[in-house]
Design a protein around this ligand. Sequence first.
Ligand code: ZN
Length: 176
Amino acid sequence: MSLGWSRRAPVDTLVGTETAIDFTIPLSELPRVSHELIGKDGEASGHVRFSRQMGHAVADLDVRAAPEVVCQRCMLPMRWPVNVKSRIALVSDYDAADRVPDGMEVFLVEADSVSVRDLVDEEVMLALPHVPRHEEGSECAGRQVALPGQEADAEEAAAAQVQKPFAQLGELLKRK
Ligand SMILES: [Zn+2]
């Protein structure tokens, strides 16, 4: 079964055939992510595999990207490294969402179909910082200004980021 990242396909089919897809998606093609970014160059790449796990339709998604965000302290652009590995339960209603076990994220599927683009957009969106900043104690507050392309600062900042397990469900409830 040949399937591009932009095409919606029925969850049952994706899961039933255990479809696996390698993708490289321009960030400009991710609707919510591109809305948040000033610079829209760059790509999100990775791999997704659909299967059924513990009675749930699941997408195991690996995605890497380095979107450009603006540090809100020094106002210089910085690359925010996204490197996400998640197990996402694809649910069609809130009752099903309640039954998803710990350790799985929840994605609310519309009309029983999903595209890789939908999933990647959501995951990269969740990985973006609300207020991007070079790490506390980095040089950007004071004597030395960080230059675009200095990856080290951004990596340290990402390492310090706290994982919020229910952030996605919160997002999801807000949207409805
Ligand atoms: Zn800064």
